[in-house]
Design a protein around this ligand. Structure first.
Ligand SMILES: Cc1cc2nc3c(=O)[nH]c(=O)nc-3n(C[C@H](O)[C@H](O)[C@H](O)COP(=O)(O)O)c2cc1C
Length: 339
C-alpha cells in the first residue's frame, strides 16, 4: 500500500475503513444502515450475518437488497464450506457489495453446530480454503472478522498461526474482536463482555504483520478511544456503541476527520423522507424507528425521545411526525441549556 494512501486512510482498494460499524444480527438491517449512513458519510457499514446456505436456498434478494446510500457496504457471510461460499459470493454479485466478510467470531450454539463462526479459529487451513474459494468467485475484497482466540487456544501462537494461514490465502484485511470467545458455558451476549479485552495482543499482531490491515473491534465506546486506537491500528470497528449511542458516529467524524458535526434534526428530516417511502411500500414505522431510539442518548431529551419514538409514533403512518418530534426535542434541549 502506498504511504500516501495510508495517511489518508484509504486502502489500496479505495475503501476508507478507518471507521466501520460492526455486523450485528437483528440490529444492522437496511433501515439501521440508512440511519447510520446519515450520521457518517463514509464509514464502512456491515450487513447482519447471512449464511451461505440461506442465500443459496432462499435467494439473495431477501438478504441483500439495500439502498444505494448505504455504500460503502460489506456483506458478512457465515459458512465453513468453500464451495457454498463461492456459490453465495456469485449469487450476490448483482448487489455490488464493496466487500465480503467471513464471520469467524460468532460463538452461538447454532453457529457452532453448523461448524462456522468462532469455532473456525481452530481450523485455519479450512478458513484459508474458504477465503480462496470466495476470492476465486469475485474480484472484490474478501476479509475476515475473528477473535484473538477461543477457549484454551494459545493467544500468541494460536492467533499468529490463524492469521498467517488466512494471509497466505491472499486475505489482506482482518477485523479483530480483541477478546477470546469461550465456546462452552457462555451465551453469545456474555461472550461479548466476559472474556477480557486485550488490545495489546491485537497490537502485537499489527506490529508483527504490518503488511496486513488490522481493524480493532471490541469495547470501543468513546470518541477518544476510537481516535487513539485509529492511530495504532488501520482503523476501528464499533458495534454496540454505534447502535446504542449512534451520535458517536458524528462525533468520531468530527474528532478524527475534522468534519462538521451532523445535525440530528437534518438526520431526522432525511429519515422522515426515507420512512415515508418505506411505509408506502408496506414497512411498519417501528421497523425503522427502533434503530433510532438512542439518537439523543446523553442529552436531556433522551428519555422523551425514546418514549415518543418507541410508544407514541409506534403505529404511526405519517412519517413527517418523525422530523416534528426531533424539532420538539431540540427545543426542549435549547430551553434546558438556556436555563
Ligand atoms: C446484537 C448483536 C448482534 C451481533 N451479530 C453479529 C454478527 O452477525 N456477526 C458478527 O461478526 N458479529 C456480531 N456481533 C458482534 C459485533 O460485531 C462485535 O464484534 C461485538 O459487539 C464487539 O464490538 P463492540 O464492543 O463494539 O460491540 C453482534 C453483536 C451484537 C451486540
Amino acid at each position: 500500500m502506498e504511504e500516501s494512501n495510508k495517511i489518508k486512510g484509504i486502502s489500496a482498494d479505495g475503501i476508507d475503513r478507518r471507521l466501520s460499524v460492526a455486523p450485528m444480527m437483528d440490529w444492522t438491517d437496511r433501515h439501521c444502515r440508512v440511519f447510520h449512513r446519515l450520521l457518517s458519510p463514509d464509514a464502512l457499514l456491515f450487513t447482519e450475518m447471512v449464511t451461505a446456505d440461506a442465500i443459496i436456498h432462499a435467494g439473495a434478494e431477501r438478504f441483500c437488497a439495500h439502498d444505494e446510500s448505504e455504500h460503502p457496504l460489506a456483506l458478512q457471510l457465515g459458512s465453513s464450506h468453500p464451495d457454498k461460499l463461492a456459490r453465495a459470493v456469485e449469487a450476490v454479485a448483482p448487489y455490488h457489495f464493496d466487500e465480503i466478510n467471513l464471520n469467524v467470531g460468532c460463538p452461538s450454539d447454532r453457529v457452532q453446530s453448523g461448524r462456522f463462526g468462532a469455532c473456525l479459529m481452530a481450523e485455519p487451513e479450512l478458513v484459508a480454503r474458504c477465503m480462496t474459494a470466495m476470492m476465486g468467485a469475485s474480484d472484490i475484497p474478501m476479509t475476515v472478522k475473528c477473535r484473538i482466540g477461543i477457549d484454551d487456544m494459545d493467544e500468541e501462537a494460536g492467533l499468529d498461526t490463524f492469521v498467517d494461514a488466512v494471509a497466505d490465502s491472499g486475505v489482506k484485511i482482518i477485523y479483530l474482536h480483541a477478546r477470546k470467545a469461550w465456546l462452552s458455558g457462555l451465551s453469545p451476549k456474555e461472550n461479548r463482555d466476559i472474556p477480557p479485552l486485550d488490545y495489546e495482543r491485537a497490537y502485537r499482531l499489527k506490529q508483527r504483520r504490518p503488511d496486513l490491515e488490522i481493524y480493532l473491534n471490541g469495547g470501543i465506546v468513546t470518541t477518544d478511544t476510537a481516535c487513539a486506537e485509529m492511530a495504532r491500528f488501520d482503523g476501528v470497528m464499533i458495534g454496540r456503541a454505534a447502535y446504542k449511542t449512534p451520535y458517536i458516529l458524528s462525533e468520531i467524524g468530527e474528532a478524527a476527520f475534522g468534519r462538521a458535526p451532523v445535525s440530528r434534526v437534518d438526520v431526522m428530516e432525511k429519515m422522515a423522507d426515507y420512512a415515508a417511502a418505506q411505509i408506502a411500500d408496506g414497512v411498519k414505522m417501528h421497523a425503522i424507528t427502533r434503530h433510532m431510539l438512542g439518537l439523543y442518548n446523553g442529552n436531556s431529551g433522551a428519555r422523551q425521545w425514546r418514549r415518543v419514538l418507541g410508544e407514541e409514533l409506534r403505529g404511526e403512518t405519517d412519517a413527517r411526525k418523525l422530523a416534528a418530534a426531533a424539532y420538539q426535542i431540540e427545543e426542549r434541549i435549547a430551553k434546558w441549556q438556556a436555563a
